[in-house]
Ligand binder design. Structure first.
Ligand SMILES: CC(C)(COP(=O)(O)OP(=O)(O)OC[C@H]1O[C@@H](n2cnc3c(N)ncnc32)[C@H](O)[C@@H]1OP(=O)(O)O)[C@@H](O)C(=O)NCCC(=O)NCCS
Length: 160
């Protein structure tokens, strides 16, 4: 799992208890997961279909830096299933997990469309396809695709 996105918990993100508001976190997760699915499936028309139980493991406080991690756990015919974890960037203490988030790949009429993907697409692959002139390969996909296969590059990114 790669943790691409970091968030700085600010006053407007807090609940009356003074900890991170769950609704803010879920909004960030849904967007991060959608970006991940878009990059993996090479299609901007993806929608959230299903989210499993959400486990708020521990709370985050104002000033904390948290990071959002995603990985694809299953490629269906028209869907992709993701697992999500949010953790404190410094302590790495888990804040939240979502075991299953399903996104569906849609055609221009909003109907489920086969995506043809069977495994995680890495950033280098997306960039190579873009350079080779594949019009389906999105340049922004290169930044968002999973970097797990990038070896040292992935390691370096996680230190930032
Ligand atoms: C997404 C949508 C078009 C799918 O329609 P549908 O009639 O359920 O389509 P299908 O039955 O063909 O299922 C599509 C895929 O979703 C999967 N799916 C459907 N219901 C599911 C569920 N409850 N849990 C997990 N996966 C599910 C199917 O298994 C299928 O995946 P596969 O092709 O990889 O096997 C429709 O449900 C919809 O528009 N939902 C609203 C989406 C939305 O507005 N989301 C919030 C904003 S992004």
């Amino acid at each position: 799992m790669n943790f691409h996105t970091r968030k700085w918990v600010k006053p407007e993100d807090l609940n009356p208890n003074g900890t991170l508001f769950g609704g803010s976190l879920l909004r960030w997760i849904d967007e991060e997961a959608a970006i991940y699915a878009i990059c993996q499936l090479d299609n901007q028309r993806v929608v959230t279909k299903f989210m499993s139980e959400i486990n708020f493991v521990s709370s985050a406080r104002q000033g904390d830096i948290i990071e959002l991690g995603m990985t694809a756990t299953h490629f269906g015919r028209t869907s992709i299933t993701l697992r999500c974890e949010v953790r404190n960037k410094i302590t790495r203490k888990s804040i939240l997990t979502v075991e299953k988030m399903v996104f569906v790949n849609l055609d221009e009429n909003g109907e489920p469309m086969p995506h043809g993907r069977t495994q995680i697409r890495f950033a280098d692959e997306a960039f190579k396809r873009y350079r080779e002139g594949d019009s389906r390969a999105m340049p922004q996909g290169a930044a968002g695709a999973d970097d797990e296969g990038g070896g040292l590059r992935g390691e370096v990114e996680s230190l930032h």
